[in-house]
Design a protein around this ligand. Sequence first.
Ligand code: PLP
Length: 406
Amino acid sequence: MEKIYMDNNATTAVKPEVLEAMLPYFCEQFGNPSSVHWAGRMVGGAIDKARQQVADLLHCSPAEVIFLSCGSEGDNYAIKGTADALKDKGNHIITTAVEHPAVLETCQALEKDGFEVTYLGVDQDGSLDLKELEAAITDKTILISVMWANNETGNIYPIEKIGQIAKKHKIRFHTDAVQAAGKIPVDVRKANVDMAVISGHKIGAPKGVGAMYLKRGTRISRFMHGGHQERNRRAGTHNVPGIVGMGLACELAQQSMESDYKYVRALRDKLEDGILSTIPDVKLNGHPNADLRLPNTLNVSFNYIEGESLLLFFDMKGIAASSGSACTSGSLEPSHVMGAMGVDIVLAHSSTRFSLGPNNTEKEIDFILQELPAIVQRLREMSPLYNRTSPAPLSCDECRMVSCSH
Ligand code: PLP
């Protein structure tokens, strides 16, 4: 059975060139870059090179790049570090209801410590109202945190415009650019961003490495205490192979961004058009204008069926995609992103994300389009929500779904 991987927003395969570049840093050039001896000096240059490669992707200076362990660490550092450093100025943070848990849960943790957080809502397409954002600013606001692109819908947020608002009100601006970096241009200076976070494993580097852009002169409290690595901004011995891999992955992403965009978008558009035109009762989750979504992401809800069941059927056919529901402690919680967009609970449960990459092929899209209608039909026939004579959903009294939280 051919394996089809369409879950690139969850993680990507390490690119062969990246692995190749990393290999010498495991056994031959194994030194600790903080050491003054030959073994340390051997690897110091590799870290400098990687820092430049990351800086080139983000359009900043290498001195503004801090290496970390992952995107979640970066979001925690940016938000908690700002809250602590600026607590004398204010205690208010503005973010959105559709952020990744690395941002949302960090903000929720700060609320327990007395910070006030405004979670901006979105409309049915997942768009933010920038007037609402500006109206939420108070004289206590110390941080605005808005993601560059959403991991579930692929929606791209107007980061440059938000940067202008933040600059006008002299408020620090953090963006989680984990999904955007490498797929679309991310120019932190042009966008007036103060802090941006990216993650290696989303762009063909290994898991366990991330980076943060911290604009020169930005006051932030340390998050990791210990050694004095990263100019005293992040303690911990450098993950040298990971950092080398991340640097090269950034350079490769920059080089092929335009061609990857065109290639991946054509495949995604074909999948999207094919699904929407051949399967009834399917809803697109995300902005209807495909230019306002990442080129690789498609999120659709197949009414009357649960995303998780669809994924199991997909898996039997060798297709890896993901669902908007997260299975937590035995109950299926619909995604908070779908909830924020006001997606009906039944539809939210059926949301399915295909996130493509440059390794996907047109043949794979054809295979999915060929298999999907029968799978959806079969699952609908098994569904207590699907009335076979009439496509209207069952009422709550008729519905016996354990996980339905109507
Ligand atoms: N932010 C976004 C938008 C993400 O999609 C992810 C990962 O899925 C993260 C942050 C966390 O990144 P990491 O897995 O590197 O911790």
